[in-house]
Design a protein around this ligand. Structure first.
Ligand SMILES: *[C@@H]1O[C@H](CO)[C@@H](O)[C@H](O)[C@H]1NC(C)=O
Ligand SMILES: *[C@@H]1O[C@H](CO)[C@@H](O)[C@H](O)[C@H]1NC(C)=O
Ligand SMILES: *[C@@H]1O[C@H](CO)[C@@H](O)[C@H](O)[C@H]1NC(C)=O
Ligand SMILES: *[C@@H]1O[C@H](CO)[C@@H](O)[C@H](O)[C@H]1NC(C)=O
Length: 581
């Protein structure tokens, strides 16, 4: 080839590849856009459902608890696309398929304690209208499988409605509010610095716990790390006599919270050992250094920033005087224009922890302080929920759709990406979070469009990158958050005089109370009976134990398709008739 021809050829090849790429991008965009559309229409269903309010015609008879026995549906179908049943005893061990209900969603609750609460019962009732959309979303479009797997709604009380319906062996170990898609949908992209105390005293072993304070803290930090997604940036600081960042890849800035990075960070957290004194000042200096450095090199989500600070003691090194220390932190947290850099959340862990300074810091920085007892039921991991409740409360406008990275579905549906959207009632002042909707999409379906993982990753990120609008909080809202207690999957408000930043506000501000259903007899009928769950799990979850073979998933779909095409034919012929006449 002559040089000129070669250039022409190269130019041609380049333009073809650009063309192919843009066709792929367009197709991927359309594919993801379709799923976002499904979420928006499910959102309408939630809003219509919640419009009915509590006390209206609530009927629970069509809701099936994923663990309860008598109601689990008989007319299930079998599928391999949603994994195998968890049970591995006799019979089920050989079961390759899972029994699903394609007609109804099933309910789960975050804990036994939560199961019978009024708010949870209300949520079960008001969200039951979602089923018909769930069913429709599963139908193939133009004969093409849509890649839609699980569809779900989690209310603020932790009620989890999942479709297709499937029996669950482990009833109460799943609090969906601690999942990354839930947190990410309510907070939007964010920068998080987690600061943990690793002084000597963290070796203390409370008699009520199987772990030391250090162990409890590591568990909690790990669970917070897993609530982050690739949309977020994160750093972990450990402090004792001095403070140091737990670095990965030698980066002394925030790192993107990809699954690989989180995995690496949790390994670093595991290595922390209690040793030395307690230096709050060094801890906060390091945290804010990281935030500032990261802005300089653009390693930031560019949205809201927060510092989560955990300690079991009181300062013994660095600045120790409460007034002075708070002053130092305030100036660290101030930008040149006077605005605050980050929201600060402080946690006092265990009975010996300082409560004066940690509370004072949160109070002066418009943050939230909480005391985590190791004696009571509230676990540190749950109490940490306060940081995203803050955003759920202060957010303005409807939530954006966020996409997670590809990950392996916990219930066995293979590799999926989750699209999630928070649903708010924007008519109330302030607006109220009703819950978060999600759709899992099999990556096997996106692979038909592109096998380039980086391309998919970048596209998912750019579609989810807009910041949540966080308005300024009112003093009462912050005081309410400070009185909020999370335990065993339930939420309640206490009126604890030690927790008010300004005790005089305890007269002015009211605390939200759970709105009980007017008619208590409307309570979910199988409410108390979930302990009987195990009895028939084998029968209800596993196809090979079923006396009669289940019809397969695809037959059911094609039957629905058939009905659909019949309908279309009827409609078309009606139109024809109209046209003729
Ligand atoms: C939103 O709140 C308003 C005001 O309290 C109420 O009238 C309306 O029914 C609520 N709508 C939904 C969908 O919850
Ligand atoms: C909290 O308790 C105090 C004292 O018992 C009481 O005066 C105040 O009204 C209570 N505040 C709220 C919001 O319940
Ligand atoms: C409460 O529920 C009971 C039983 O379902 C029903 O008979 C009664 O009419 C309901 N009362 C109201 C006020 O809805
Ligand atoms: C719970 O189950 C037992 C045994 O089947 C039954 O007698 C009882 O009525 C059930 N209770 C409720 C509240 O459904």
């Amino acid at each position: 080839m002559a040089a000129r021809d070669r250039y022409i050829f190269l130019g041609f090849a380049l333009s073809v590849s650009i063309l192919v790429e843009s066709v792929i991008d367009e197709e991927l965009s359309r594919f993801l856009g379709d799923k976002e559309e499904l979420l928006r229409s499910l959102e309408q269903d939630v809003l219509v459902g919640y419009q009915r309010k509590c006390g209206a015609q609530c009927s629970f008879d069509r809701n099936i608890y994923a663990c309860s026995s008598p109601l689990l549906e008989e007319e299930s179908v079998c599928s391999q696309e949603y994994g195998v049943s968890i049970y591995t005893g006799t019979g089920c061990a050989t079961c390759a398929n899972r029994k699903l209900s394609l007609s109804r969603s099933y309910i789960r609750t975050p804990s036994r304690e939560a199961t019978c609460t009024d708010t949870l019962n209300r949520d079960i009732c008001l969200s039951q209208g979602l089923d018909s959309s769930f069913r429709e979303n599963l139908l193939p479009i133009d004969g093409q499988e849509t890649g839609v797997r699980w569809q779900f709604f989690t209310s603020q009380s932790g009620m989890y409605r999942m479709f297709p319906g499937v029996a669950q062996e482990r009833c109460h170990d799943f609090d969906p509010r601690l999942r990354a898609w839930y947190v990410s949908a309510t907070t939007g992209p964010k920068d998080v610095v987690i600061v943990i105390d690793s002084s000597d005293s963290m070796a203390f072993h409370p008699s009520t716990s199987s772990l030391t304070l250090m162990g409890l803290t590591k568990e909690a930090v790990t669970s917070v790390l897993w609530t982050l997604t690739h949309l977020d940036y994160v750093a972990v600081v450990s402090f004792a006599t001095l403070a140091q960042q737990l670095t990965i890849q030698n980066k002394n800035t925030l790192v993107q919270a990809t699954r690989d990075n989180i995995q690496a960070l949790t390994q670093e957290v595991k290595k922390v050992e209690p040793n030395g004194h307690t230096n709050f000042e060094a801890a906060f200096r390091t945290a804010f250094d990281i935030l500032r450095r990261s802005e300089v090199v653009s390693r930031t989500a560019g949205c809201n920033k927060m510092v989560l600070f955990m300690t079991d003691g009181e300062p013994t090194r660095g600045e120790r005087e409460p007034e002075q220390l708070t002053h130092i932190i305030s100036s660290l947290n101030q930008r040149e224009d006077g605005s605050k850099f980050a929201s600060i959340f402080t946690y006092s862990v265990g009975e010996l922890a300082d409560t004066t300074i940690t509370k004072k810091i949160a109070c002066t920085e418009s943050g939230v302080w909480s005391e985590v007892e190791t004696v009571g039921k509230a676990s540190l991991a749950e109490q940490l929920s306060q940081y995203y409740d803050y955003y759920g409360t202060l957010r303005e406008g409807q939530g954006q759709v966020i996409w997670t990275e590809p990950y392996k579905d916990a219930f066995g549906a293979g590799e999926v990406v989750t699209a999630a959207k928070a649903v708010y009632n924007t008519s109330t002042v302030p607006q109220t979070l009703l819950g978060v909707l999600g759709i899992d999409v099999a990556t096997s379906a996106t692979e038909k469009i592109t096998t380039d993982k980086q391309d998919l990753f970048d596209t998912l990120q750019s579609r989810s990158s807009s910041c949540a609008d966080i308005r300024a909080s009112s003093v009462c809202e912050l005081e309410q958050l400070r009185q909020k207690v999370y335990e065993q999957g339930t939420i309640r408000y206490e009126n604890n005089s030690a927790k008010w930043c300004d005790l005089s506000l305890s007269q002015e501000c009211s605390l939200p109370s759970a709105e009980p259903c007017d008619n208590q007899s409307l309570q979910y009928s199988t409410c108390m009976n979930h302990s009987m769950a195990q009895v028939d799990y084998v029968v209800t979850s596993c196809c090979s134990r079923y006396d009669q073979p289940c019809p397969s998933f695809t037959t059911r779909i094609s039957v629905s398709l058939h009905i659909l095409s019949l309908l279309v034919t009827v409609v078309l012929s009606c139109l024809n008739i109209l046209q003729i006449s």
